[in-house]
Design a protein around this ligand. Structure first.
Ligand SMILES: [Zn+2]
Length: 396
């Protein structure tokens, strides 16, 4: 018993050093980001801190803090946990109890072992690569993996997405809400049930041949996060986020096969490949078809240069509010306003570095940095040098 206590004590001390070091590093690297003046010791904190014994689990801690910001996500887990096939030892129930516990008011400095609990649960359910939890993972990829795991646990029959634009249009016309509303949806045929996450959205991709003007069938794709690349452009009036967003939805030219073009292009006549003869320039356009309540953006800070991919260390700006209306497929929904609700910050390189979360609780911003939870001086979540995931909440 003494021995175990000794080990726990040592782990604790080690973890403490890591947590302290990361806080010091954060403060030094991002001096624009100051802690609010010391609050009185009696004051309760609205969020619990999370331990990070191995110093590699910050990706999991930061994700858990992000998920804890989405009441609709928690309510989905809550309704799923009441399903007859979901037991108290399921990943759904485990994650639910972790998120509830994170959001429970507690004494200042309180923290608990959420990631280890989740790790143990995942390992009991699925085969995990040997070093998966010993190495730092990509926080956004880990979220996808968690969601797939939850879906697998719940879904009896495989999920079937919308395949045709008309289906989405019809469902919009029938008066259903145009964004994930935090409920578990079942399609008309009772055999297929799927989880509609409050952060999942649909895009519509259009392709039109520039030669014969034939349009390909529109393709609908469902995502949980939109990946934005760093743009090399800079603007005095737009944030870097807005520039990257504009570039994402801009029309682009792509070379694809066209079944309707019967005349091979002259330049291709020497080519031996039959496909290349039918290739023509198409205009590709992507628009938003179904909006989520929470819009998440994964920010890719890699910049491609002649030397290959490099992580940008340039400060990347983003707005507190954004209107996604201009990128919508439905002109009737001209405004789609979102406001920053939480963000995951990452510094370092892929596989090495540190993640932490900034989240808003009753209008006050908190930094959740493993076991450290502290109020942030700023009235917004703006000013972080390298955001990794930005989560905006629909406000209209
Ligand atoms: Zn064509």
């Amino acid at each position: 018993m003494d021995k175990i206590e000794q080990i726990v004590k040592n782990i604790d001390r080690y973890d403490c050093i890591i947590a302290l070091a990361s806080v010091v590093a954060t403060q030094q690297l991002y001096s624009e980001f100051k802690s609010a003046s010391e609050s009185s010791a009696e004051e309760f904190q609205p969020i619990s801190g999370l331990t990070n014994y191995t110093s590699t689990l910050c990706y999991m801690n930061s994700l858990l803090q992000l998920l804890a910001c989405i009441p609709e996500y928690i309510s989905i887990l809550s309704s799923l946990s009441r399903e007859p096939n979901i037991g108290p030892n399921s990943t759904i129930s485990t994650l639910l109890s972790i998120l509830k516990r994170i959001n429970t008011k507690c004494k200042p400095g309180y923290y608990f072992n959420a990631s280890v609990e989740l790790e143990r649960q995942i390992k009991s359910q699925v085969q995990v690569e040997k070093n998966f939890f010993r190495e730092q993972q990509d926080c956004s990829e880990f979220w996808q993996q968690i969601n797939r795991l939850l879906e697998k646990e719940y879904i009896i029959t495989p999920k079937e997405g919308f395949n045709h634009a008309s289906e989405i249009i019809n469902s919009e016309m029938n008066g259903s809400v145009p964004f994930g509303d935090g409920i578990v949806n079942s399609k008309k045929s009772n055999t297929i049930q799927y989880i509609r996450w409050p952060h999942s959205f649909t895009t519509i991709r259009k392709l039109k041949c520039t030669i014969c003007k034939t349009a390909k069938e529109d393709r609908l794709e469902e995502y949980q996060m939109l990946s934005l690349d760093y743009s090399l452009k800079r603007s005095a009036i737009k944030t870097d986020f807005e520039i990257s967003l504009g570039e994402y939805f801009a029309k682009e030219k792509v070379n694809v096969n066209c079944e309707s073009c019967t005349q091979p292009k002259l330049s291709d006549s020497l080519s031996s490949s039959p496909e290349s003869k039918l290739c023509s320039v198409h205009i590709k356009e992507v628009q938003l078809a179904k909006l989520p309540k929470y819009f998440c953006f994964a920010i890719n800070s890699q910049i491609w240069t002649q030397w290959g991919g490099l992580k940008s260390h340039q400060k990347w700006t983003y707005p507190d509010k954004v209107n996604l209306g201009p990128y919508m497929f439905y002109p009737s929904l001209s405004d789609a306003n979102y406001q920053l609700e939480a963000l995951v910050v990452h510094y370092g390189n892929s596989g090495f570095g540190h993640y932490f979360t900034l989240r808003k609780v009753d209008g006050v911003w908190y930094e959740c940095n493993d076991r450290v939870v502290r109020k942030v001086q700023s009235q917004s979540g703006l000013g972080v040098r390298s955001p990794f995931i930005l989560m905006y909440k629909r406000i209209d």
